[in-house]
Write a protein that binds this ligand. Structure first.
Ligand code: HEC
Length: 209
């Protein structure tokens, strides 16, 4: 009897798998790194070239210089971004969302490990709202919002994304083709899973679905 209950549970679990299922811990490469890349690595700030205050926040080793694993409150990088009036990111950039702060805090509490591939790749969903928008929010919008539109592109809403696509600047930049600025700036390419989802959505006529 017990065996059947376990079988039913496992098949339920498998059948409900979606892109948004995480391992119990916040994942460094998929959840934490994009927050730093798109909020801290602007020109003049914490990228490989400028290294403001000695911090290059474009990779794990650079980020770990300001992190004390398991102790968010002893981590300089967490202390400068938390609270109601944090010193980072400095004005005019906006403070991190509570969701992003919690992701970073949880990741530090769990040991701040260099984890990747924690998400299950959903190879069936290519809609704007449930897939493409989520990738862009996490990897791009910090540098492409209305207040901070890198290259003139605001990717925080559907119309802005369509503008980049119809200007023929969108796919070339995320596929790192020559003649385009490679995006996300200061980072590796998006995962193959995310790239495929975005390309399929664009190829289907980029519906607002
Ligand atoms: C760290 C900031 C930053 C991040 C993160 C970032 N961008 Fe950009 N983006 C810029 C800047 C600045 C420019 C202007 C050109 C340049 O400086 O390279 C730009 C330019 C672009 C362009 C125009 C490229 C061209 O060759 O004409 C597109 C399209 C674009 N970004 C899309 C994206 C997408 C999609 C993402 C996420 C997958 C992203 N960007 C992530 C800062 C960023």
């Amino acid at each position: 009897m017990k065996k059947y209950v376990i079988l039913i549970f496992v098949s339920l679990l498998l059948s409900t798998c979606t892109y948004d299922i995480y391992s119990p811990n916040a994942c460094f490469n998929e959840d934490v790194l994009p927050i730093f890349i798109s909020n801290c690595t602007y020109s003049g700030c914490h990228n490989a070239k400028d290294k403001e205050s000695g911090y290059n926040l474009t990779n794990y080793d650079g980020i770990m210089k300001g992190i004390s694993p398991k102790h968010p409150l002893q981590s300089e990088l967490y202390n400068v971004i938390r609270g109601s009036n944090p010193s980072m990111p400095p004005s005019p950039y906006s403070k991190l969302s509570d969701k992003d702060l919690n992701t970073i805090k949880d990741w530090i509490k769990m040991g701040a490990r260099n984890t990747s591939n924690c998400k299950i790749c959903d190879t069936t969903s290519f809609t704007y709202n449930s897939r493409v928008k989520i990738v862009l929010q996490s990897w791009c919008v910090g540098c492409h919002s209305s207040g901070n539109a890198g290259g003139g592109y605001d990717l925080s809403d559907y119309n802005g994304v369509v503008a980049a696509i119809t200007n023929n600047r969108f796919l070339g930049s995320i596929k790192h083709q020559s003649g385009f600025s490679a995006m996300p700036k200061n980072s590796n390419q998006l995962s193959q899973c995310d790239l495929t989802a975005i390309e399929k959505w664009v190829a289907s006529g980029y519906p607002n679905n």
